[in-house]
Design a protein around this ligand. Structure first.
Ligand code: ATP
Ligand code: MG
Length: 437
């Protein structure tokens, strides 16, 4: 994209309403715009990040064998009356009435709808296990929407739902999803630590939250840094193998991690002091096993091996896709702006033409732009170098290719790595190969 014709409205001033780094930087870098309390429009650069996060989440869900579907945002109230949650959910649920006086709601989650889908489509134990997921907007009328997209009212969630014949099967599905989550967060550049959690209105009795450290997190957490050193994407665990999943789960649950409510000071003493990580944490994902909580009241049964009807066991698995964009910025920024991990950056590189209009710089910048397209942003604005540098640091592109008149005359450009600040003076060819890797 050419910056001169892009809807990337960067701000020099810090917006008064933003109290945390990610919110401030998302507004300053022109990623989002607030439309109403807790409701945001995603502008081009923000939308590219959101799409990259969703793509990684999707790839790991697919690898775990979950099938992608797309359910509507609007749901009939009657489904929720079947589970008993229509009344229970309270004021967080946005209730709607259509022109025929039918009660609808903007979905805060989809357990009922998925139970209904399975109820209508799955007949026999031979069709199990299965899982489905979608990446869809949710609405929860939060009392205090705040921190930008971190606690919105309308937000993008990945929610998956597993169905198994029995408890033993459901446990395998749960562990598989947990491994998929560790891989997902690692690829997003985050150390998200699973912590045993309360199950809340979703219900059930086995649940973990995935928590990222950030000063603005809502709960105090404690964990052993051993988690950060593990490469979950290596070939060590085969996501298809039950034995590997058991081994994985044992490892997960023997390294210390706890939220304030579950913290055990005596076990904490056993963690090597240099390995202790303590601080505020943001919840970026949450998984639940809830057994027959929905299948039973909603009359979901399948024919079991002896022909008799069996009530299946289910689980649900959420990831806050839009919240993750804020969480990634919390983990990757400095005074000057965002430092995107390569995997989610809106643009892999920005090309800074320091003398717009000069025949040589124009020619080199255009050539680089063509080579990197469509993954590059070309700062072709008629602006001072200082403004271009500041915006590039603010927007956080992993690579900056700086085309100045002096270097250009000798066929050279400067390459800056945003994360480390490293700079190299290179030929155009060398710059091209460096950025491509
Ligand atoms: P929280 O405790 O933060 O309110 P929750 O426990 O109510 O979240 P879940 O039902 O577990 O949320 O939803 C799954 C995921 O969706 C959460 O782990 C979180 O990442 C994300 N999420 C939940 N509520 C919001 C929100 N208001 N804005 C943005 N993301 C959210
Ligand atoms: Mg939760």
């Amino acid at each position: 994209m050419r910056l001169s014709r892009s809807l990337i409205p960067t701000l020099k001033e810090t917006p008064a309403e933003a109290t945390i780094a990610s919110h401030r930087l998302m507004l300053r870098a022109g990623l989002v715009r607030q439309e109403a309390a807790g409701i945001y429009a995603w502008l081009p650069a923000g939308q590219r990040v959101l799409a990259n996060v969703a793509r990684i989440v999707r790839e790991q869900q697919n690898e775990a064998g979950a099938q992608e579907i797309l359910m509507p945002t609007i749901q009939p109230a009657d489904l929720w009356r079947e589970s008993g949650r229509y009344e229970d959910y309270g004021q967080e649920m946005l209730r709607i009435r259509d022109r025929h006086d039918r009660d609808l709601l903007y979905g805060p989650t989809n357990e009922e709808m998925v139970t209904d889908l399975y109820r209508n489509a799955v007949r026999s134990y031979r069709e199990l296990p299965q899982s489905v997921y979608h990446i869809q907007w949710k609405f929860r009328d939060e009392v205090r929407p705040r921190f930008g997209v971190m606690r919105g009212r309308e937000f993008l969630m990945k929610d998956a739902y597993s169905i198994d014949l029995d408890y033993a099967g459901a446990v395998i599905s749960y562990r598989r999803m947990m491994l998929a989550y560790m891989r997902t967060f690692q690829r997003l550049g985050l150390s998200a630590i699973p912590m045993v959690a309360d199950t809340g209105p979703i219900g059930g009795d086995l649940s973990h939250e995935f928590i990222v450290l950030a000063p603005t997190g809502e709960s105090e957490v404690y964990y052993d840094a051993a988690f950060e050193a593990i490469d979950w994407t290596s070939g060590e665990y085969d996501i298809e193998s039950q034995a590997d999943l058991d081994r994985f789960y044992t490892r997960m649950t023997t390294i210390y991690a706890a939220t304030e409510e579950k913290h055990d000071p005596r076990a904490w003493e056993q963690v090597a002091p240099a390995s202790r990580r303590q601080g505020r944490g943001i919840e970026v994902g949450h998984i639940f096993y809830f057994g027959q909580k929905y299948s039973r009241p909603m009359g979901l049964t399948v024919a079991g091996p002896d022909g008799a009807p069996v009530i299946p066991h289910m689980g649900s698995y959420g990831i806050g896709v839009s919240r993750l964009v804020g969480a990634i910025i919390e983990a990757h920024h400095d005074e000057a702006g965002i430092k995107w991990p390569d995997s989610v950056a809106p643009f892999r590189a920005v090309i800074l033409n320091l003398k717009q209009g000069d025949a040589t710089t124009n020619q080199i910048a255009e050539r680089l732009y063509q080579a990197f397209a469509p993954d590059a942003l070309y700062d072709d604005r008629d602006e001072r170098a200082g403004v271009k540098f500041a915006d590039a640091d603010l927007l956080g592109h992993p690579w900056q290719v700086i085309v100045g008149p002096r270097g250009a005359a000798n066929g050279r450009v400067e390459l800056k790595r945003r994360a480390t600040g490293e700079r190299h003076d290179l030929t155009i060819e060398d710059a091209l190969t460096r950025v491509c890797v």
